[in-house]
Design a protein around this ligand. Sequence first.
Ligand SMILES: [Zn+2]
Length: 141
Amino acid sequence: MKNEDEQLDKDIKQLNDYANKFLSKLSLMEENSEKISEEVEILKENWNKKFPELEKRSGDLEIIINKNKSNREVIFNSIPEDLSMIYKRLLKAKDNVAVSKVSAGSCSVCHVKFPLSTEEQLILGKEIVFCDNCGRILVII
Ligand SMILES: [Zn+2]
């Protein structure tokens, strides 16, 4: 009988220990859950503040993009057809980069320095000048 009581006391103590551990973990989890909820609220507030601003910016950018597209169309259509054909062909062949800006005597795409005669041709501006290395149209901006 005494042994049974001792065993019972031992079991009760074990169960209490387990319950205490469980409860302390549970309270820790509730604390974390509360912190996360607060962070979510802050994020929601920030989102609600920034969303209209970003939506407006997106709309403005769309307007600018469409305007640029139509300007591009007008300019592109004013280019003589033989030149626009060359441009289109280069776009296809050169990963959508047909034109290269001249930078310090070299092609800004392939970075190969070209001879002085090429630079002179560019300055004269009488004909289209291509990069000897990558074949793109060179322009001075
Ligand atoms: Zn080049």
